[in-house]
Write a protein that binds this ligand. Structure first.
Ligand SMILES: O=C(O)CCC(=O)C(=O)O
Ligand SMILES: [Fe+2]
Length: 367
């Protein structure tokens, strides 16, 4: 159960960068994480072992989203561009019918593609498919591609360290979750919330709060989120109050997904969260440095980069208390198919490859 917290705790990960951390310090960190995930389900991580500054992370996102729409649509998932082959990785465009969920995204899987699963190719969504990348005439995206892959690798390693700490905190061996790493499908999602006109209000909210991401829990194991200084992320506490999770310089927000809550035997909580639209003056409130230095201009909206740690498609995930377990590929496909938070079935106005605007079909956004 989540608690009546009024702010998110900050967890210092410096110890993970030391050459030979003592078992006692690691145990203390694992207990701290356990406590956080058992209460808020959310925390800020500081001094994480990553080589990326926020400027660089949001610079990569802004570089991608500044591409022309027809370039981005070449990378669109099949759902949005019928002639494309990619079903799970790639671009999804903003959906005009979804004003309280208005975002575009670019999803990248592991730099080395997971082995195709026996049931993968026959399905509508090929979870193990390779990444797609911009093929711009201008080769300037090439360095960004390699940095995005590097960011994926580093967040995957960090997830693996956190899983070891959580295993210890659950009184299991440190390598207890190592099977989750085999053919892991983790997704790095670059997100852009375009600026919204100030008249837009959310129909899903009684108090007419403007949202750009509707309330949801994450479906998987662990999410590591880079959010830019725009602000707007909010987390629901036990009293049903939305607690702001403003930008904390240099931090990564971590939260538990539904599946990890189950794996922990209900000890950890997958907390509901949403993103509120900040318009106009509020937008720059959180940060003295406006992240995303390279080519960022004010009024571009919000950027965030969640990383969803995912096991392999065939990985059997079960509670630490025992029980039958579920095959990860089945879990994720079920979520994609039935959970309203992760399935936006709408007829979207899509821009064709020739630039024409027309019906692009059913839009399904996974997670
Ligand atoms: O953009 C954000 O800050 C949060 C995004 C999020 O919650 C998600 O993509 O699951
Ligand atoms: Fe989320």
């Amino acid at each position: 159960m989540t608690t009546s917290f009024s702010s998110l705790p900050i967890v210092d990960l410096s110890v993970l960068s030391s050459i030979n951390p003592s078992p006692d310090t690691l145990k203390a960190l694992s207990e701290e994480l356990h406590n956080v995930f058992a209460t808020t389900g959310f925390a800020y991580l500081v001094n994480a072992p990553l080589t990326f500054s926020h400027d660089e992370v949001f610079g990569l996102a802004s570089e991608f989203f500044q591409m022309e729409m027809d370039e981005k649509m070449k990378l669109a998932k099949k759902t949005f561009a019928r002639s494309n082959k990619n079903t799970y990785r790639g671009y999804f465009p903003p959906q005009p019918g979804q004003m309280d969920n208005l975002k575009e995204g670019f999803e990248v899987g592991p730099p080395v593609s997971p082995r195709p699963s026996p049931f993968g190719k026959q399905q509508k969504f090929d979870l193990a498919e390779p990444n797609v990348w911009p093929q711009t005439k201008d080769p300037s995206f090439t360095p960004a591609r390699s940095r995005i892959s590097q960011l994926h690798n580093e967040l995957q390693s960090l997830s693996s360290m956190l899983l070891s700490l959580l295993a210890i905190s659950l009184h299991k061996p440190a390598d207890y979750f190592s099977s989750y790493l085999i053919d892991s499908l983790s997704t790095l999602r670059l997100l852009h919330y375009p600026p919204q006109p100030s008249t837009t209000t959310s129909s899903s909210n009684d108090d007419e709060v403007k949202l750009c991401c509707t309330p949801h829990t994450d479906s998987g194991i662990l999410t590591l989120l880079h959010q830019d200084p725009t602000g707007g992320l909010e987390v629901l506490n036990a009293e049903n109050n939305w607690v702001p999770a403003p930008y904390v310089p240099g931090s990564i927000v971590v939260n538990i997904g539904d599946l990890m809550a189950e794996v922990s035997g209900g000890r950890f909580v997958a907390t509901m969260h949403r993103v509120r639209t900040n318009s106009g003056g509020e937008e720059r409130a959180g940060g003295e440095e406006r992240a995303g230095g390279r080519g960022r201009a004010d009024g571009m909206g919000r950027f965030s980069v969640p990383f969803f740690f995912e096991p392999g498609e065939g990985c059997v995930v079960r509670s630490v208390d025992g029980g039958e377990g579920i095959v990860y590929g089945e879990h994720i496909r079920k979520k994609m198919g039935t959970w309203v938070e992760y399935l936006h079935e709408v007829e979207v106005e899509g821009r064709g490859m020739d630039g024409s605007v027309g019906k692009a079909g059913i839009a399904v956004e996974a997670f």
